[in-house]
Design a protein around this ligand. Sequence first.
Ligand SMILES: [Zn+2]
Ligand SMILES: [Zn+2]
Length: 378
Amino acid sequence: MPIATPDTHVPDHYRLLGVAPRATDAQIKAAYRKLSRVYHPDAQGGSAVAEDCFKQIASAYAEVSDAARRVNYDRMLMLRDPLRLMDDPRAERALDVLDTVVTRLRKRQAALPGVVQGRDLRVEHPLPFAKAMLGGLTVVRAEFTKPCALCHGAGTTEPARNPVCHVCQGAGTLKIGLRRQDVRCGFCAGRGSLLLAPCTGCAGTGQVMTHQEVEVHVPVRCREGAHLRVRGGGEPLAGGRPGDLVVVVRIQAHPFLRADGDDLVCQVPLTWSEAVAGGRVPVPTLETTQWLTVPPGTPPGREFRIGGHGLPISSNPTGAAKRGALRVQVFIDMPTELAPSQAAAVLALEAQLGVARFARALAYRALVSGPDGSGSSI
Ligand SMILES: [Zn+2]
Ligand SMILES: [Zn+2]
């Protein structure tokens, strides 16, 4: 059975069988036989829609063809929709007339001139960190549906093969309850006919997916989650103006750079020898790569400032010349798991360098542990 949503009505068993709620057993049986012939899957070349219709009709028939089950069902239906069991067409007709007048009044109120416009499209767009910080143009792929060219949105190219829905008599809606609320017919899903011959181009939906590529201007120092609106970049509409494209920015983190105020910070690992003897290391910037000269004896944690390679200054977003700094913070990539011979080589080198090269470490030890080395291990 189709799932009932607030605007969809799963038809009652009598509606499914196309009979009045007071129909005799013989009338119900005849109606069931007639509908079975129409929707039997064998008669419809194995159509899945026909099979579903057939199952719904068969289950309705099973319920109301059994006298005891029918009494229970009628009780339940009485509670759900009292008008149905009154079986008085005049009562229903009187309410329908009232409903038509109300609908007409509502339509008159709604008929104010408005802008005819296609739907807005919302797209989440991943943006590389550098592009988000520097701004510029980016191309966004916007997907939307358009009417199928094969069936022109009808969902079928053979309308004659799709029987009119007997439940709603082709209206696609049913008037339910005392308030004559218009709800979508659950048997034909609001189409008014049963789609036994769906279009091959769109599987009966009447719509196909398409896309367009739209150039979007990204402002300097664009924020995560920013909404960039492109007027007319949304879904086109024949005879109207296209909707807007709303791009929601999702910034992709940079593997090495992060923003800190107007500056960029980059943490760079140095090898042992680079820190001790000096060297040149590559540093990424927003645009390219810079080479930084590291002087001999560089301690871990030292920061080097490269002016003009940070973020565009926020107070002057158009001036490309004014930028913050790129702060390069170095750390030492310490070798681990040395073999005994390698550890011995390191000790030999340290001995060769002499105590004078480690004056700070020696002074620290002398002050903390005392000249005799007293104290307990942690
Ligand atoms: Zn189609
Ligand atoms: Zn229907």
